[in-house]
Ligand binder design. Sequence first.
Ligand code: ATP
Ligand code: MG
Length: 269
Amino acid sequence: MSVHSDDYRVMPNQTVKLKKFPTRYDGKMTKEEGLEKIAELYRRLSELQALLYADGKQSLLVVLQAMDAAGKDSTIRNVFSPLNPQGCKVASFKAPNSVETMHDFLWRIHQNVPRSGYIGVFNRSHYEDVLVARVKNLAPKEIIKRRYEHINNFEALLRDAGTRVVKFYLHITADYQKTQLQKRLDTPEKNWKFSPSDIPERMHWDEYQEAFAAAFSHCSTADAPWYIVPAERKWFRNLLIAQVIVETLEGMNLHYPQAQFDPKEVKIP
Ligand code: ATP
Ligand code: MG
């Protein structure tokens, strides 16, 4: 039983209608089979991370975007737990601070791109500047329109510099979000995760969906693809993301560096 990651990938310039993409995996694989596959993928991920680090010439950037309470935190906790913390860095992007707003929108992003040998995870990203910025009119329309091209050029620059970019949208329905937000209210240990501002954001659900769809149509490129992940079954969400990351690392032509000496000739005194 295998998953075809291409089924979830947005092709360049594809018109995206989010309603047509599943939010909940309903394929043939059982949860039990899925968990077995995940264990295998996590082992492979750990091996490939060691190889990426040893090779030391390229890096991988994983971008996560979603509506509130879709499971970005839980994805990071699960999919990236097999990794060696030395060699992995997570950056979370909140509303820009006073210094960040005095720069172009990619300034704070560029500084957090993983260096060679590393896997970087973006919990929200530069895409906020074509999502929340578009929905809340944080910049003039013409400026926001130009950002799609800025983003594509930026991601092409990263690719040229040895950073692979792969982007995941955790797709859920408005009903599922409601259930998840309610859990944050009902569970005292989860109260801190609830923000009263989640409610007004939720009122803009359709506009957000349109903004996401536009971002995927404009910015899913051959080198930096977007994947629309059905996120309402967590095991499948983890499986698909881990699989795409494994496939991406496997396609990076990584090698352990050749020793610059003959190990057989070296005698340790
Ligand atoms: P959780 O899922 O746990 O709530 P979160 O990622 O939503 O985590 P919050 O602190 O609740 O974290 O929200 C971060 C907020 O920062 C979001 O509302 C997001 O839209 C906003 N934000 C991020 N980047 C930008 C940006 N460039 N411009 C404006 N707002 C931004
Ligand atoms: Mg939030």
